[in-house]
Design a binder for this molecule. Sequence first.
Ligand code: APR
Length: 322
Amino acid sequence: MSQQDTSRRDTQGRNKIALVGAGNIGGELASLAARRELGDVVLVDIPDKEGVAKGKALDISQACALDGFDARITGTSDYANIRGADVCIVTAGVPRKPGMSRDDLLTINLKIIRSVAAQIKEHAPEAFVIVISNPLDAMVYEMQKVTGFPKHKVCGMAGALDSARFQHFICDELGVSTKEVQTLVLGGHGDTMVPTLSYCTVGGVPVTQLIPREKLEAIVARTRKGGGEIVGLMGTSAYVAPAAGAIAMAGSYLLDQKRMIACAAFCTGQYGIDGIYIGVPALIGSAGVEKIVEVELSADEKALLAKSEEAVRGLVRDAERL
Ligand code: APR
């Protein structure tokens, strides 16, 4: 078998993780996957960026040699190299520029996601697919539609990131360890997301007992705009935390951890939502999204989730027209 062959048989029984898009998030994903020894990694990008994919693969491989992690990392523009992947994480697309909303990206990224989905369908039909490209909820819907994969084998990474942003702001406000704070953000990955106050706890204590209401509302507002804040500062989208969110999901799948992680999952009536992907708490294990966990919401949270559902449906309708 040639050196270039990255099929599963070539990887001595390790898992194979295909990263479609070798940009900012793709590079972070490769580094995290390798450093956690989740499996061998294939970075795929367009022919113009093949050098970037190969260069990042080498750079990360050399860092792994230094630090003693075993993973075979390769870069390519040939989708045949994702053959047999266990997990595909998709960041292919264009990131937000300052002043651009995630929805502005729809037209450009829709075209890209459709072509990527066709390649995944052909070369990695058994994969668990995690989409990160924005606008997330429409992109993951399209990915499932084009691949025709079972709905529980396709999901989107957003809730993990939005929940982590909320968690960080709470930790910062209280000056407590991140380990003590639990958060849950539901809904679409956009300004209508729903950070739930009823499920935000610090060492098991409801956050509403620790932070005054006004301050909490400011934190919720900052969480909703958390992505935009970073775009404004850096001139491009965040990439470290988004990668960490997707790796948590990939790890839960590959290691059958059954972690409960907020992600864009296909709803079939849960929370009164049917027929779309939207952010909900999901159990991720070796079967994929094994269960959507339904929790009680306050009247306010229910109303906000219904509004978010409408926003996601609007986006999906727009995508279907394009
Ligand atoms: N196949 C593979 N890769 C592609 C394709 C394609 N058809 N089309 C574009 N790409 C690649 C680009 O060449 C680029 O290297 O996707 C990569 C995207 O990387 P960045 O521009 O660095 O963007 P990144 O910050 O990683 O964000 C990617 O995730 O959070 C979302 O909004 C963000 O949609 C964006 C995506």
